[in-house]
Design a protein around this ligand. Sequence first.
Ligand code: NAP
Length: 488
Amino acid sequence: MVDTEREPVLILMFGATGDLACRKLYPALFELYKKNHEFAVIGLARRQHTHESYRSMIDRTLDQNSEQRRDFLERFYYQPLDVGQPYHFALLKNIAEQIDTKYNLHGNRIFYLSLAPRFFGSAAENLKKAGITETQGWKRAVIEKPFGHDLASAKELNEQLLRVFDESEVYRIDHYLGKEMVQNIEALRFANPIFESIWDHRHIANVQITLSETLGVGDRASYYDQTGALLDMVQNHILQLLILTAMEPPSRFDTEDIRQEKVKVLKAIRTMSRDTIANELIRAQYKAGVMPDGTRITGYHNENNIDTDSKTETFVAARFFVDNYRWSGVPFYIRTGKRMAAKSTEIVIQFKDITQNPFFCQLHKAGPNLLVIHIQPDEGLSLKLNVKEFGEAGDTIPISMNFSNHHDSKSSTPDAYERLIGDCLRGDSTNFTRWDEVAYSWTLTDSIVAAWNDIPLDYYEAGTMGPSSSDELLARDGFCWWPLTKME
Ligand code: NAP
């Protein structure tokens, strides 16, 4: 890990007028500015802005009660630029040098590519041709997801980037890795011997990872219809959650050691073939239904900008196995979907039952021990235990011990983007994905795509937790999805 904490830097913000920049990146930069990170920003996009109109646009994205807005905004400059036009980059070189000198930024540069992925390669190439990446200081490129749409396209993109940047300079973002409770998985496991000593096939019956959304496709319809739930959610966020749950403790808490352990999990995940996939995976699409709040939802194929005969999946459930000693025979069930009954991301660890003890006959009434990691919208942990009912003669009842990151502390908890951009400013790439990690995740996803054409698309009513085939996937192993719980 390079410790460049608090070194000043010029941020070249591509896609400066886009949704992500306005909703997430400017507010995150503002929080970092308030924490004394020193930077100046050049906003880059095709549409016309003056520095002033650009600053006004950013101002509208910020908390209007904060005092330091004016100072912060003065550090923003705008340069109209089309990534396909090399001469725009020649102009950019000049303005970058002027701002560098004005703020004494020592040639340190972050290139934040908040652009549609098809522009990543040409942006990098034109930056290099114009000499903007040849700088006295350090340079880093932040690349938004999706990183390719299969292994071949990801490789091509990677090659384009590596012509300009070293692997250690590429920060591939998966914003899930910036979330509070995702970062807490490692602490929970490796700082608590009571968990780590039982974190294996001898004590864990199964792991369930749910990432459910109540929203539909909104204005991302045409993108989503080309992508689907597998590529949109499983290839990146869900695999990351699975990896963090399953990885071995790194020998040292250093970036490369941690990344090495993560890659090992990906390599150990059993790939699916045409022969096995029907038993391992469900793909489904929502049809019309009613959400829990009473809102009527039209079926996916009737949504605006979606083909009426679209076969794109809006839901995936799957059973993965991690073929190593620790996880031998333990199913990792995952599910994700749109227009589901609840918005929630959580990981449930179901522990094995004790087979012989005096309370055995009552355990079925009480249920197994569960550890639930609530990632969003709630942030916290629940541990479900069994105790004797207080005061009564004999029944064993379940109790839940909860830790919740309450609203008060939440307001001071950094957002995922603030955390990740902060890491990038400091030169810490631990929570960004290394190339081999991306490559293995695509190998796995490609194997699913190659095999799944033979399995029929299932359907589920909007406002439910998916099709009944998703429940059957677990029922065959004697398990069920645990209902999502809200924290107190
Ligand atoms: P967006 O709203 O469509 O914004 C795209 C930006 O790119 C705009 O500023 C646009 O400005 C600029 N642009 C388009 N064509 C350009 C060109 N030829 N040259 C220079 N600039 C160009 O997209 P977004 O939602 O912000 O997403 C940006 C990236 O983040 C994508 O890779 C996306 O997958 C990823 N991402 C987004 C979200 C999210 O919540 N939005 C979440 C995760 C990842 P002009 O039209 O003025 O050129």
